[in-house]
Each structure stands twice: as C-alpha cells, then as structure tokens.
Design a protein around this ligand. Sequence first.
Ligand SMILES: *Cc1c(COP(=O)(O)O)cnc(C)c1O
Length: 403
Amino acid sequence: MNAPDKLPASPEPHVMATYGRLPMALAYGRGCWLWDTDGKKYLDGLGGIAVNTLGHAHPQLVPALQDQVSKLIHSSNYYQVPLQEKLAAKLTELSGLTNVFFCSTGLEANEGALKIARKYGHDKGIDRPEIIVYEKAFHGRSIATLSATGNPKVQAGFGPLVEGFVRVPLNDVVAIEAVARTNKNVVAVFLEVIQGEGGINPAKAEYLREVRRICDEHDWLLMLDEVQCGMGRTGKWFAHQWAGIKPDVMPLAKGLGSGVPVGAIVCGPKAAKVLGAGNHGSTFGGNPLAMRAGVETIRIMEEDKLLENAATVGAALKAGLERELAGVAGLVEVRGMGLMLGIELDRPCGELLGQAAEAGLMLSVTAERVIRLVPPLILSADEAAQIVSILCPLIKKFLSAKT
Ligand SMILES: *Cc1c(COP(=O)(O)O)cnc(C)c1O
C-alpha cells in the first residue's frame, strides 16, 4: 500500500506507525456504503482490500455470525471441528481439489504452501529445494513470504532473506524453461494468477497452461496464490479456472470470510498428503467462528449469484472507466477482470487515495501508479456507475494538473 503524500500525525500514538493512514475512521457500513465517525458517507470501491465480499452488515451474514458467537467462537484443533469439514468440502467441490488446511491470514496460507513445497522436495530426496517465484509478486510480510515477494521495498531492512527462491518475469515461458533446464533443485512454481499489490498484472491463460505443463513434466508443484484474486472476484470461484487448469496448492484468505479472518491452503492429490500429524499447525486456524463465516459467505455468494454479478458489474465498471478515460493523456491502461481492476497512470498517484476519500470514494493505489478497485462482490450496476462518475473527473484533474 502506498502512503498518501502528506501524512497527518498519528491520532493513536500507541499503535505502531506501520501504515500511512488517512486522518479519518470508519464507524459503520451497509452494503457497499460506509460512514465515518463524522457521519460522512463513502462508496466502497476497496472492500477492505478485497476482503468484504458481502459488503458491510449483510442481512444474512450478521445473524449467522451472531448465532455462532452465541454458541462457540473457538474450540481447539485438539478436537474435531465439524464446521472445518463443512467448509473444506465446499472449497474442494468448488476447486476440484481434495484437502484443505485452515489458518487465519494470507501470509499464513502462503507460509504453509512454502512448507509443503519444501517437504515435497525433501520427500523425494532433494535436500536444498528451490521454488520459482516472480518479479512484482506479493505473498505477505513474514520472513519467508517477504523473501518470495518480488518487491525490494517490502524486503528492505529485513535481511538476511530466506534462501531457496529463483525469480523469473511473469508471462515469459522462455525464462521458466531456462530454469527448468539448468536447476535440478526446483520443486514448485509459486505465483499469483493476477498480481494484486504488484499492480493488477494478470498471468496470461496461455502462460498458466504452459506452466502447468512444465510442472507436470518436471514433477513440480504448481502453487497459485489466490489470496486476492480468488473467491469469486474475477467472476469464477478461482481466477485460474479461466485458464482451464488446476493447481496442486492454492492459498486463499482475504475474501473467504467476508471480513472475519480466514485463510486456507487448498491442495490437490499431489500435495494433500505431504504434511502429516505434527508437521504444521495454527491455534486460531479453522476455529468455529471463522469456519462459519466461510461457510455462510459461500452459501450467500451462491444464493445471490455473486460470481455472475462480479463478472457483469465488473465488465460494466471497466467499460465505464475505459469510456470516460479514453484518450486522456497520462492514462496507460485499464486492466483486470471482474471486480479486480487497475487503472495505470504514467506517474505516481498515491495522493488520489486521499482525494478520492474526500470525494466520497474508497480505493487504493498500488505499485505507485495503479489505482486499484476491489469492491464488495455485491456491487450494483448503479453503484459501479457512481464509482465511474466520482473517480474519472478526479483522475482527469490529477493528470492535467501535473502535465
Ligand atoms: C494480501 C495478500 C497476501 C497477504 O495476506 P495477509 O492476510 O495480509 O497476510 C498474500 N498474497 C496475496 C496475493 C495478497 O494479495
């Protein structure tokens, strides 16, 4: 996340200053709308960074969570947790994969995926397993996941980094083939189907199919980080499904619990039995409240046809942005799928985050020059049109002021 240009003094000096925050606080929300503590209203184009799948205070999610809180929030992984089976069954049905490990965040899901890849290597006699990762990737901020991340800013100050990663550019089959020819220690390929923090950069369907083929040829795991692009955001349950392939390992988090922290590592047959008793764990992972949030999120998404909504409203939003910004000097590209869209400008535009909030719209700016829209999947066509009519004049003004 990029900080807006000028930061106010933190109003809460006891909270560590790890974020560049705007001088405002949200008090409550309803659907795709939020209100701050001064009563000002905002349209939510950010969804808490691709988290609030069902928007805010969803009339079906709220009573379900209230019911769960009144019964059992947390038990322990010492015991059976029936709701884990229920959510795992649903996730495997939707993905065509076979088994799930539950955790609480995206980095935790990715960290577990990296452990699976390394143990998969050790199990077949590779003592120093290496994992192919990508330029501009983002996988989280633990030491291992920031080492896998392809952004020097995320890594600066935290060395020595974890070893065992080989980095390649996205959508470059020749580059990954070259690694395959020369490096016998590779055990897995790890990538986001659409890079989120890196600036909404999609892996091409043809590239994904080639990487699947290369993984099969070399007996590598294909691990697709769908923490941001998964859970219906692109109009399919998982973004890789557009390419007609299946991964061996798929970390999920963000949108899975509509705001309740839920992470998952969904695995296919090649990876599902790599970890056994005692190999991995998470105290909070898979607790009944988190599982109920996941189960209800998916149930409501199916009932309300939110995949279709993400696809159609997303397409309308993208078309609206393209129409309003056509020919504007300084616009590089509008890209993305469904309700995961990026508008790349030819210059850093972090200050638009604050300007948009001022104008009543939540969004983010990522990779310095890319305005990111990842709203709740319940966004209506009318709300999409409102995003266009608030945002496009701001972009035009910003670009014309600085040329
Ligand atoms: C947000 C994100 C993560 C990290 O998730 P956290 O819940 O913040 O740890 C990992 N990978 C991708 C692709 C993400 O977008």
